[in-house]
Design a protein around this ligand. Structure first.
Ligand SMILES: *Cc1c(COP(=O)(O)O)cnc(C)c1O
Length: 195
Protein backbone atom coordinates (compact mmCIF):
# COMPACT_ATOMS: atom_id res chain seq x y z
CA UNK A 1 0.00 0.00 0.00
CA UNK A 2 1.42 3.40 -0.95
CA UNK A 3 1.42 6.23 1.56
CA UNK A 4 -0.63 9.19 0.44
CA UNK A 5 0.93 12.49 1.41
CA UNK A 6 -1.82 15.10 1.49
CA UNK A 7 -0.04 18.17 0.11
CA UNK A 8 -1.57 20.96 2.15
CA UNK A 9 0.59 23.92 1.04
CA UNK A 10 -1.32 27.22 0.85
CA UNK A 11 -4.33 25.75 2.71
CA UNK A 12 -5.04 26.88 6.26
CA UNK A 13 -5.12 24.44 9.12
CA UNK A 14 -8.91 24.96 9.27
CA UNK A 15 -9.13 23.49 5.77
CA UNK A 16 -6.88 20.60 6.70
CA UNK A 17 -8.48 19.84 10.05
CA UNK A 18 -11.26 17.52 8.78
CA UNK A 19 -8.65 15.21 7.27
CA UNK A 20 -6.58 15.28 10.45
CA UNK A 21 -9.64 14.46 12.53
CA UNK A 22 -10.47 11.63 10.15
CA UNK A 23 -7.09 10.17 11.06
CA UNK A 24 -4.93 10.83 8.04
CA UNK A 25 -1.29 11.08 9.16
CA UNK A 26 0.94 12.22 6.27
CA UNK A 27 1.03 15.86 5.10
CA UNK A 28 3.31 17.73 2.72
CA UNK A 29 4.44 21.35 2.74
CA UNK A 30 6.87 23.21 0.52
CA UNK A 31 7.80 26.25 2.63
CA UNK A 32 9.49 26.00 5.99
CA UNK A 33 8.04 29.11 7.61
CA UNK A 34 4.50 28.38 6.43
CA UNK A 35 4.81 24.85 7.80
CA UNK A 36 6.07 26.06 11.18
CA UNK A 37 3.19 28.52 11.50
CA UNK A 38 0.60 25.90 10.55
CA UNK A 39 1.84 22.71 12.14
CA UNK A 40 3.89 23.40 15.28
CA UNK A 41 0.97 23.40 17.68
CA UNK A 42 -1.08 20.58 16.19
CA UNK A 43 1.96 18.36 15.88
CA UNK A 44 2.58 18.46 19.62
CA UNK A 45 -1.08 17.57 20.16
CA UNK A 46 -0.95 14.72 17.66
CA UNK A 47 2.50 13.14 17.79
CA UNK A 48 1.60 10.51 15.15
CA UNK A 49 1.33 13.13 12.42
CA UNK A 50 4.13 12.95 9.86
CA UNK A 51 5.27 16.05 8.01
CA UNK A 52 7.02 15.92 4.65
CA UNK A 53 9.12 18.77 3.27
CA UNK A 54 8.65 18.55 -0.49
CA UNK A 55 9.82 21.97 -1.67
CA UNK A 56 13.15 23.59 -2.42
CA UNK A 57 15.13 23.76 0.83
CA UNK A 58 17.60 26.59 1.44
CA UNK A 59 20.57 25.73 3.66
CA UNK A 60 19.74 28.59 6.02
CA UNK A 61 16.33 26.98 6.68
CA UNK A 62 17.66 23.51 7.43
CA UNK A 63 17.92 24.03 11.17
CA UNK A 64 14.23 24.88 11.44
CA UNK A 65 13.19 22.25 8.90
CA UNK A 66 14.97 19.46 10.76
CA UNK A 67 13.15 20.39 13.95
CA UNK A 68 9.68 20.29 12.39
CA UNK A 69 9.71 17.76 9.55
CA UNK A 70 9.94 13.97 9.64
CA UNK A 71 10.81 13.51 5.97
CA UNK A 72 12.63 15.65 3.40
CA UNK A 73 11.95 14.76 -0.24
CA UNK A 74 13.99 17.54 -1.82
CA UNK A 75 17.61 16.83 -0.92
CA UNK A 76 19.66 17.68 -3.99
CA UNK A 77 23.18 18.76 -2.98
CA UNK A 78 26.12 17.67 -0.85
CA UNK A 79 25.93 21.00 0.97
CA UNK A 80 22.38 20.21 2.04
CA UNK A 81 23.31 16.68 3.06
CA UNK A 82 26.08 17.98 5.35
CA UNK A 83 23.86 20.61 6.90
CA UNK A 84 21.01 18.16 7.56
CA UNK A 85 23.45 15.74 9.14
CA UNK A 86 24.85 18.41 11.48
CA UNK A 87 21.47 19.76 12.50
CA UNK A 88 19.84 16.42 13.16
CA UNK A 89 22.82 15.23 15.20
CA UNK A 90 22.57 18.39 17.28
CA UNK A 91 19.08 17.49 18.39
CA UNK A 92 19.31 13.70 18.26
CA UNK A 93 16.75 13.24 15.49
CA UNK A 94 16.91 11.12 12.35
CA UNK A 95 14.87 12.25 9.36
CA UNK A 96 13.92 10.08 6.43
CA UNK A 97 15.39 11.39 3.22
CA UNK A 98 14.57 11.29 -0.46
CA UNK A 99 17.06 12.56 -3.01
CA UNK A 100 15.38 14.71 -5.63
CA UNK A 101 16.55 14.18 -9.19
CA UNK A 102 16.04 16.72 -11.96
CA UNK A 103 15.02 13.89 -14.24
CA UNK A 104 14.14 16.02 -17.26
CA UNK A 105 17.26 18.15 -16.90
CA UNK A 106 15.12 21.31 -16.82
CA UNK A 107 16.92 24.56 -15.98
CA UNK A 108 14.04 25.97 -13.92
CA UNK A 109 13.58 22.88 -11.76
CA UNK A 110 15.42 21.92 -8.63
CA UNK A 111 16.83 18.48 -8.03
CA UNK A 112 20.26 17.01 -8.53
CA UNK A 113 21.60 16.48 -12.01
CA UNK A 114 21.75 12.76 -12.80
CA UNK A 115 25.55 12.94 -12.99
CA UNK A 116 25.75 14.28 -9.39
CA UNK A 117 23.49 11.69 -7.88
CA UNK A 118 25.98 8.99 -6.91
CA UNK A 119 28.27 11.48 -5.16
CA UNK A 120 25.38 12.92 -3.18
CA UNK A 121 24.25 9.43 -2.23
CA UNK A 122 27.78 8.49 -1.15
CA UNK A 123 27.92 11.51 1.12
CA UNK A 124 24.61 10.42 2.67
CA UNK A 125 26.07 7.00 3.33
CA UNK A 126 29.23 8.47 4.86
CA UNK A 127 27.18 10.61 7.19
CA UNK A 128 24.70 7.81 7.87
CA UNK A 129 21.62 9.63 6.66
CA UNK A 130 18.59 7.42 6.24
CA UNK A 131 17.95 7.61 2.51
CA UNK A 132 14.68 5.94 1.53
CA UNK A 133 14.95 6.52 -2.18
CA UNK A 134 14.63 8.93 -5.08
CA UNK A 135 12.05 11.60 -5.84
CA UNK A 136 11.32 13.44 -9.06
CA UNK A 137 8.83 15.71 -10.76
CA UNK A 138 8.83 14.79 -14.45
CA UNK A 139 8.52 17.48 -17.13
CA UNK A 140 5.00 18.33 -18.23
CA UNK A 141 3.92 16.27 -21.16
CA UNK A 142 3.06 12.80 -22.23
CA UNK A 143 6.18 10.80 -21.50
CA UNK A 144 5.79 10.57 -17.73
CA UNK A 145 6.17 6.80 -17.88
CA UNK A 146 9.59 7.08 -19.50
CA UNK A 147 10.83 9.33 -16.71
CA UNK A 148 9.34 7.11 -14.02
CA UNK A 149 10.96 4.12 -15.69
CA UNK A 150 14.35 5.85 -15.66
CA UNK A 151 14.15 6.91 -12.04
CA UNK A 152 13.03 3.48 -10.90
CA UNK A 153 16.05 2.02 -12.68
CA UNK A 154 18.34 4.46 -10.84
CA UNK A 155 16.65 3.63 -7.56
CA UNK A 156 17.20 -0.09 -8.10
CA UNK A 157 20.81 0.48 -9.11
CA UNK A 158 21.46 2.26 -5.80
CA UNK A 159 19.56 -0.57 -4.06
CA UNK A 160 17.08 1.90 -2.60
CA UNK A 161 13.72 0.55 -1.55
CA UNK A 162 11.29 3.45 -1.84
CA UNK A 163 10.15 5.94 -4.45
CA UNK A 164 8.45 9.32 -4.05
CA UNK A 165 6.61 9.67 -7.35
CA UNK A 166 3.20 10.84 -8.39
CA UNK A 167 1.11 13.99 -8.00
CA UNK A 168 -2.54 14.68 -8.80
CA UNK A 169 -1.93 14.47 -12.55
CA UNK A 170 0.21 11.34 -12.66
CA UNK A 171 -0.35 9.26 -9.54
CA UNK A 172 -1.89 6.40 -11.52
CA UNK A 173 1.27 6.20 -13.63
CA UNK A 174 3.33 6.33 -10.44
CA UNK A 175 1.41 3.38 -9.03
CA UNK A 176 2.43 1.29 -12.03
CA UNK A 177 6.01 1.89 -10.95
CA UNK A 178 5.24 0.87 -7.37
CA UNK A 179 5.73 4.33 -5.90
CA UNK A 180 5.54 4.22 -2.10
CA UNK A 181 4.79 7.89 -1.48
CA UNK A 182 2.24 9.74 -3.60
CA UNK A 183 2.22 13.52 -3.11
CA UNK A 184 -1.34 14.63 -3.79
CA UNK A 185 -2.54 18.20 -3.37
CA UNK A 186 -5.21 19.35 -5.81
CA UNK A 187 -7.12 16.08 -5.94
CA UNK A 188 -7.55 16.20 -2.15
CA UNK A 189 -7.93 19.87 -1.23
CA UNK A 190 -9.01 21.36 -4.56
CA UNK A 191 -7.42 24.08 -6.65
CA UNK A 192 -4.87 26.29 -4.91
CA UNK A 193 -5.27 30.03 -5.32
CA UNK A 194 -2.13 31.46 -6.85
CA UNK A 195 0.19 33.16 -4.38
C1 LIG B 1 2.52 21.01 -4.89
C2 LIG B 1 3.31 19.78 -5.00
C3 LIG B 1 2.68 18.52 -5.13
C4 LIG B 1 1.18 18.36 -5.25
O1 LIG B 1 0.76 18.79 -6.51
P1 LIG B 1 -0.75 18.53 -7.02
O2 LIG B 1 -0.62 18.62 -8.50
O3 LIG B 1 -1.59 19.61 -6.45
O4 LIG B 1 -1.16 17.18 -6.57
C5 LIG B 1 3.49 17.40 -5.18
N1 LIG B 1 4.83 17.48 -5.10
C6 LIG B 1 5.47 18.66 -4.98
C7 LIG B 1 6.95 18.67 -4.89
C8 LIG B 1 4.73 19.83 -4.92
O5 LIG B 1 5.39 21.00 -4.81
Amino acid sequence: MPNIIAVSKTFSIQNIKPLIDYGHLHYGENKVQEAIDKWTEIKTQKPDLRLHMIGKLQTNKVKLAVRLFDYIHSVDSIKLVKKISTEQENIGKKLKIFLQVNIGNESQKSGAHISELSDIYLECKNLKLEVLGLMCIPPLGSSVDNYFFDIKKMNDKLKLKYLSLGMSSDYLNALNFKSNFLRIGTKIFGQRSKT
